[in-house]
Design a binder for this molecule. Structure first.
Ligand SMILES: *[C@@H]1O[C@H](CO)[C@@H](O)[C@H](O)[C@H]1NC(C)=O
Ligand SMILES: *[C@@H]1O[C@H](CO)[C@@H](O)[C@H](O)[C@H]1NC(C)=O
Length: 218
């Protein structure tokens, strides 16, 4: 009974907080069908305010069809439809990407906290793999029309194992960019993790650490 009552009071306190906080009540108003982000405004800790004048244009985005050029040092090109490029996605909990990989190129392992990813190979032959929390690898080569799913938060990668450019259309359950690059993480720290720590972690010398730092951060 005590637990039940304390749950009810926590819930009540939560409701009062939600509906008396103007920014949050804006965001969660059940009578509101959408909240196109006003990217010109200053975001608060609950996100961007909603645009006041909305037109049909706000719910369409052509940026995914922008030509992608993989002739760059990484061999990867991406068109992004997320909150920052397509403000109509605000509060929708999804974003979409077209990823082009030059032949032989691997999109480095990365993860998105709490976010599920699904995708379809549009063109080419792509080796897709993800790692569970006990380091079991699930992986397969996918071809045109094949769909895949990456469970929430797990480390995953894609590598073009074909002889021509590969393309993937992906969707993730977040409207915000949330990619964390796995092998790069320790080298991207600001301020930098001292070399003597990295040398211990990777069981190697300073020359190798410097080589990895320059390759992974360029
Ligand atoms: C792709 O980028 C490379 C290097 O910047 C450039 O030489 C090439 O012309 C570009 N290709 C297209 C189709 O734009
Ligand atoms: C890892 O976890 C999966 C379930 O997520 C289980 O089937 C598998 O046996 C586990 N492997 C090891 C090596 O513990």
């Amino acid at each position: 009974m005590a637990t039940f009552l304390s749950r009810v009071s926590i819930l009540l306190a939560l409701c009062i907080t939600l509906f008396t906080n103007p920014a949050l009540s804006d965001y969660l108003n059940p009578l509101q069908d959408f909240c196109v982000a006003d990217l010109q405004a200053t975001p608060s800790n609950t996100g961007y305010p909603c645009k006041s004048q909305v037109t049909s244009e706000d719910f369409f985005y052509s940026g995914l069809s922008t030509p992608l050029n993989t002739s760059n040092p990484k061999g990867v090109a991406v068109n992004r439809a997320n909150l920052m490029t397509f403000p109509g996605l605000n509060t929708m909990g999804i974003s979409m990407y077209i990823v082009a990989l030059a032949a032989g190129v691997a999109n480095p392992p990365h993860s998105h906290a709490g976010v599920t990813e699904a995708g379809v190979v549009v063109e080419g032959s792509v080796l897709i793999g993800f790692l569970t929390n006990n380091y079991t690898l699930y992986s397969k080569v996918a071809g045109p029309g094949d769909m895949f799913v990456i469970p929430p938060g797990l480390i995953h990668y894609e590598m073009n194992v074909g002889k021509t450019e590969a393309r993937l259309l992906t969707v993730v359950t977040s409207e915000l960019p949330s990619e964390v690059l796995v092998p790069h993480t320790l080298f991207l720290a600001k301020p930098a993790i001292p070399d003597f720590v990295l040398m211990k972690i990777f069981k190697t010398d300073g020359t190798t650490i410097n080589m990895l730092r320059s390759k992974l951060t360029n």
